[in-house]
Design a binder for this molecule. Structure first.
Ligand code: ADP
Length: 631
């Protein structure tokens, strides 16, 4: 999960990473440049030593030749001679020697600086007769010591290095002998594309270079006086000797400088065309005793390339590291998020378990309360049923009273008789009377037994129940009342074969209720007839009780099932019988409906699930009466 803090710091981190990136690149560039420059310097130094040595060797080969020539007598004679033959011999001698030593020109000047004899005497631009007294090498030799000088030839316009030596006649200098060598081919041996080489004179003027356009330019701008002096010496004839355009010059170390030149092709008016700058590492080394200095100017292209390589490499490594860090960070975050997720799941599960446990406890207590309430409800229902029964019993009390009065009176009479016979000493007759009493008490017990059964509470569990047992039980309760009122009661045949899922005691109660209601309804009817019919359909049994009374007095016959609905005067009815009967039938999985019959009278129909006749070996249902054919 990304926190707000992490989001807030992200631009800052990005900035830091970028700054670090730049710093790393800059540092890498700096270090790799230093390293590459050092390597370049090492290489350039080695090359420089080689180039300086080659210049020195080249010059060393010639440096003693003028001295050797000066010792030759013919040269002295030529300086003193007046005849042309001697001069000509000297000319030829010089020509010969010049050819042997491979010099450009060899010539002899008198003390006035006029060339007396020369190896190129036969050429159109021969030095013979020319005045070179202005040349420093002449003046040096005339002063009695060796002269060395670099200059452009006035006639040949070729670059040459001049070695001179005085020609003595005894102690007097009478002339100067000069050997001029061509340094042209030195440049041709130097052909490294990454290095430019320049040889400068004492004034810093480039006299030899692998870059033709640099020739006769100064490495540094010359002071005006020096420039005037050099121009006056005609050393480089009419070359303007302007300086190379150095735009930047910095010291790299004690031995090397970094210079940046403005370069381009020089066009006719001397200006540069296609201008660009180029950086060089400049190293210089003097060639001993020559006044010359060899400069190597190594191009920085390899340095730039290796810097670029190092920077690219460092950049790649840095980016790879950053990516690695990001990857590890993302991985770590993922692991942490997963742990958090697992923890949250765990918490949610714990919370759920706690809630389930609480709800289970709630449900258990609700369940217990419901069971309690159901038990209460059941007991209330049982009490109501019992009350209803008692109400029926109350109604019956009068009849039973009448039934019992008769035997009681008879018992009283028989008892009186027995006492009288005993007083008269006729115990046999007394015994007969007592037997009658015993018979009467048995009859009374028979009258009372069904009432006792009727008032008993049922177990309430539906089980296969015989309709015959129900009929017999109900009839024993209705004992005598139907006959008393002169009611004709018709039962359907073969009831002993019909079994329903129910409860004998409850069904008895319902049937007694219906019969008692019918009896009351027909009180003032002329015809007193109750017909019970049986119908079996689709696994159900329907038992209808049809009386010949006035029928149900309300528009909607089902209202009679409402509790406390009664049309009877107080003391006669509570209005509970049918509502309880209705409830009993529903509880047994059946129904009780009321209707008025088209031919008159009320019809109450019981409906229950039919069941097969149970195995006779099974124990009898509790509360089931033995068949009572008398009833
Ligand atoms: P009670 O008999 O105490 O009045 P019941 O619930 O048994 O209570 O009956 C309710 C009412 O239904 C009776 O008051 C009566 O008006 C009507 N009733 C019941 N049975 C019959 C019947 N066979 N013929 C006509 N009316 C009846």
């Amino acid at each position: 999960m990304k926190t707000g803090r992490a989001r807030r710091y992200r631009p800052l981190t990005l900035l830091l990473v970028s700054i670090m990136f730049l710093l790393v690149l800059m540092q890498t560039a700096f270090l790799s440049r230093q390293q590459a420059l050092s390597e370049l310097q090492q290489r350039a130094e080695a090359d420089l030593a080689r180039y300086a040595l080659s210049v020195q060797q080249k010059l060393d080969r010639y440096k003693d030749l003028p001295r050797l020539l000066a010792t030759h007598s013919s040269l002295r004679q030529a300086l003193k001679a007046t005849d042309a033959a001697q001069v000509q011999r000297t000319n030829e001698y010089l020509q010969q020697v010049n050819a042997i030593i491979g010099a450009a020109d060899s010539y002899l000047m008198n003390a006035a600086g006029i060339t007396v004899a020369a190896s190129n005497w036969y050429k159109p631009n021969s030095f013979v007769g020319l005045d070179f007294s202005f040349r420093p090498y002449f003046q040096d030799a005339l002063a009695g010591h060796a002269g060395r000088y670099f200059a452009l030839g006035t006639t040949s316009r070729k670059r040459g290095y001049y070695f001179s030596w005085p020609v003595h006649d005894e102690d007097r200098v009478i002339g100067v002998v000069v050997v001029k060598i061509d340094l042209h081919e030195i440049e041709q041996d130097w052909n490294d594309p990454l290095q430019d080489i320049a040889v400068t004179d004492e004034d810093g003027i480039i006299v030899i270079s692998t870059r033709p356009e640099w020739k006769f330019h100064a490495l540094r701008a010359l002071p005006r006086a020096d420039l005037q002096r050099i121009l006056a010496s005609l050393r480089y004839l009419d070359h303007p000797l302007s300086a190379l355009q150095v735009v930047k010059r910095e010291t790299f170390n004690d031995h090397a400088q970094l210079i940046t030149l403005l370069e381009g092709e020089r066009i006719s008016n001397g200006a540069l065309d296609g201008v660009m700058t180029r950086e060089y590492l400049l190293l210089q080394r003097p060639v001993p005793e020559t006044g010359l200095k060899v400069s190597v100017m190594a191009r920085l292209k390899p340095v730039q390339e290796s810097v670029l390589q190092a920077v690219v490499l460092a950049g790649c490594i840095y980016l790879a590291l950053v990516l690695l860090v990001l990857f590890l960070q993302a991985r770590w975050r993922m692991v942490r998020e997963r742990q958090q997720y697992v923890q949250e799941l765990q918490n949610a599960r714990d919370a759920l378990e706690t809630r389930v446990a609480e709800r289970t406890a709630d449900l258990s207590s609700t369940n217990a309360r419901l069971l309690d309430e159901m038990a209460q409800h059941r007991s209330t229902q049982n009490e109501l049923i019992q009350t209803a029964k008692l109400a029926v019993l109350g109604q019956m009390a009068a009849g039973i009273n009448h039934e019992l009065n008769q035997p009681l009176t008879a018992i009283r009479n028989y008892a009186d008789n027995a006492a009288a016979f005993l007083r008269l000493g006729k115990p046999e007759r007394a015994e007969t009377n007592l037997q009658e009493i015993a018979g009467l008490t048995e009859r009374m017990a028979k009258i009372i037994h069904p009432l006792k059964e009727f008032s008993r509470q049922s177990s309430g569990q539906p089980c296969p129940t015989s309709l015959k047992a129900v009929r017999d039980g109900a009839m024993s309760i209705m004992y005598g009342r139907l006959d008393q009122k002169g009611v004709e009661l018709i039962w359907p045949p073969h009831l002993e074969q019909v079994f329903v899922l129910g409860d004998t005691l409850r069904l008895e109660q319902v049937l007694v209720n219906l019969l008692a209601n019918a009896l009351q309804a027909m009180e003032s009817s002329d015809e007193k007839r109750i017909e019970v019919t049986l119908e079996r359909r689709e696994g159900r049994v329907r038992l209808s009780v049809h009386d010949s009374g006035p029928g149900i007095a309300v528009d909607d016959p089902q209202r009679v099932f409402e509790p406390f609905y009664t049309t009877k005067s107080s003391g006669q009815g509570l209005g509970l019988g049918l509502s309880i009967s209705h409830r009993i039938m529903e509880n047994l999985g059946g129904s009780l409906t009321a209707a008025n019959h088209p031919r008159g009278g009320a019809v109450f129909t019981l409906e229950l699930p039919a069941v097969a006749q149970p195995d006779p070996k099974q124990p009898e249902q509790p509360g089931q009466l033995p068949p009572n054919e008398d009833a």
